[in-house]
Write a protein that binds this ligand. Structure first.
Ligand code: ATP
Length: 319
């Protein structure tokens, strides 16, 4: 069953900006320009794009904070803008850059307030809180005011807050921003387990492509308010025409390897780097190199997803 449905959704902002001392110019910004997609229950989907692409605007429409200018949007069968309060019971939201917790209160008091706000049955609240406290390592932090928490601790506190009422859908906007390697690993591990064990549907916006690589099988790329790609992460390599690299260790220093199957892009002593299209098998290249050169060792490096996406954005930006 599809939990999130968008059909030709648009959001247009009218912005006034100064065009001289007194004159003001009206400008229309198409932040979201006719987006359609479906997310099935239990999916974990990455939603990525460069700055200003329209990601936050989409998330805000999905939570009901913003009303679409056009198109049709449903979350769990609910029109978010019309029934924002009813939808709030079904969704959880985490904004990495902002907290939903009460700054001066100890973490546990924020949770108590949410208990009441969302009218969560006592037993369910206790069970969910216990699970989050254990899995997100919050035990020592419950009595600490939020303003005294580190960024990573606060983020874990925020994720717990978003899950106390058992939402079916969780929107995460930059959940690992500014976190160190250990905290990132903790957050990612928790989200992976949450999705696998509770079946929570997750829509994840991030600039950290490792979040996507480690968590999402499906990724959507948005740019200038339009959906540019929707599919498996692996498929992005083909769209981005990326290359894999065959690293060859030769028995001695030799001139660059010549083969029509690849380009030799780097030579350092007896080691050479040969780039070839990611969509092609490495086998014929390996055979050709081993046949013509004194090979001691070989390894294949996969394309760097960040390079693929950067290339994709750059190509789209060209007129
Ligand atoms: N309230 C608003 N009023 C006017 N324009 C807005 C408003 N909110 C967003 N925009 C514009 O809409 C476009 C999309 O913005 P949005 O915040 O959705 O991008 P984003 O993909 O989330 O970017 P980032 O990665 O920087 O957070 C931008 O051009 C932005 O300036």
């Amino acid at each position: 069953m599809d939990l999130i449905e968008l059909d030709g959704v648009e959001k247009v902002f009218d912005v006034r900006r100064r065009a001289g001392l007194v004159r003001r110019e009206k400008r229309r910004v198409r932040a979201v320009d006719g987006i359609s997609f479906r997310v099935a229950r239990g999916e974990m989907v990455g939603y990525i794009g460069p700055n200003g692409a329209g990601k936050s605007t989409t998330i805000k429409m999905l939570t009901g904070i913003l009303t679409p200018s056009g198109g049709r949007l449903r979350v769990a069968g609910i029109d978010p803008a019309r029934e924002r309060t009813r939808l709030a019971q079904r969704i959880g939201v985490v904004f990495g850059q902002r907290t939903t917790l009460w700054w001066d209160l100890p973490l546990k008091d924020s949770y108590r307030l949410m208990h009441r706000m969302y009218r969560i049955p006592d037993a369910r609240f206790r069970e969910n809180l216990d699970r989050c406290v254990e899995l997100l390592d919050l035990g020592e932090l419950l009595d600490v005011p939020v303003r005294q928490l580190s960024l990573g601790q606060r983020m874990r506190g925020d994720i717990a807050a978003a899950l106390l009422h058992d939402p079916e859908v969780l929107y995460l906007d930059e959940p690992t921003i500014g976190l160190d390697v250990v905290s990132k690993a903790k957050v990612r591990g928790f989200l992976r387990d949450l999705n696998a064990e509770q079946g929570t549907t997750v829509l994840l916006t991030t600039h950290d492509l490792q979040d996507i690589e480690q968590l999402c099988r499906r990724v959507m790329v948005i740019d200038h308010g339009r959906l540019m790609y929707d599919g498996a992460l692996a498929g992005l390599h083909e769209v981005g025409e990326s290359e894999r690299t065959l690293v060859v260790d030769l028995a001695r220093e030799l001139p660059p390897v010549v083969t029509e199957l690849a380009r030799t892009v780097r030579v350092e002593g007896p080691r050479q780097w040969l780039a070839f299209p990611a969509s092609q098998s490495a086998a014929p290249l390996v055979a050709a190199v081993a046949d013509g050169y004194p090979v001691v060792d070989l390894s294949v490096r996969e394309p760097d997803i960040e390079a693929v996406i950067a290339k994709m954005y750059a190509e789209r930006a060209e007129p």
